[in-house]
Design a protein around this ligand. Structure first.
Ligand code: IPE
Ligand code: MG
Length: 230
């Protein structure tokens, strides 16, 4: 979700105005995904690097997080959506952390779609954490280093149990990954949309998915191999 600040600037407003308006886009994206039968959607809401922003903006984002989660729990339950979070959650302000855990707890039995919030998340942080966990287990004799597989590594990440994304969408025209799910997006299709996040509507998700469906995912194979197996 990128471009809140630029969207606000375009409207002659402070950056926080953009973040506030971005909440409606979160609603639209979540609702549209659930309606389409998407089972998992992960939103990159706050990166580890975002702590470096002005204090007032960080505070506003954290407050918005608490307010939004509290406000949307009922809707998530109505729509059978389960909330999850990835990232270094313990480092969040205690109010935000508490609201998040409440949201997760109150929606844990929902089954239609899992909405994952990446908060205080960085892919390099997550990968290093997994490496440390596995190294310690090897040192303790619990695992054989030779036996470490992609599946073992998957299970050491905070996305354990969550399928790798098939499609990654970034708004605002930036064409970067910015430390998001680096291991998990190895074969994801990438879509860079030239719109700011607060302008994102259901239609944009539909179009991104249609474009995705028209691409040929070869996973390193040739085009002929793919069409033969269909
Ligand atoms: C939203 O957009 C992303 C968040 C960190 C919440 P930005 O705040 O990065 O907006 P731009 O990139 O400055 O326009
Ligand atoms: Mg940005």
């Amino acid at each position: 979700m990128d471009g809140n600040g630029r969207w606000a600037k375009k409207h002659g407003q402070p950056r926080v105005f953009g973040h506030r308006n971005g909440v409606q886009s979160v609603r639209e994206a979540t609702e549209a995904a659930a309606e389409l039968g998407v089972e998992y959607m992960t939103l990159y809401a706050f990166s580890t690097e975002n702590w470096g922003r002005p204090k007032a903006e960080v505070n506003a984002l954290m407050t918005l997080l608490v307010q939004t989660i509290r406000k949307e729990i009922a809707t998530m339950n109505k729509n059978n959506i389960r909330l999850k979070a990835i990232g270094d959650l313990e480092q969040l302000p205690s109010k935000s952390h508490k609201a998040l855990l409440e949201g997760i707890e109150n929606t844990k039995n929902n089954t239609r779609m899992t909405l994952v919030l990446a908060l205080n998340y960085s892919a390099k942080w997550e990968i290093l954490k997994a490496v440390k966990t596995l190294a310690q287990e090897a040192k303790d004799g619990k695992i054989d280093p030779k036996g470490i597989s992609e599946a073992t590594f998957d299970d050491a990440l905070s996305t354990k149990g969550i399928p790798h994304p098939e499609l990654l969408i970034r708004t605002s025209g930036e064409q970067r990954i910015s430390n998001f799910l680096l291991w998990q997006i190895a074969y994801a299709e990438l879509a860079f949309l030239p719109i700011y996040w607060p302008d994102f509507r259901k239609q944009h998700l539909y179009q991104a998915i249609i474009d995705y469906q028209n691409r040929e995912r070869r996973f390193g194979k040739t085009s002929d191999q793919i069409s033969d197996s269909e």
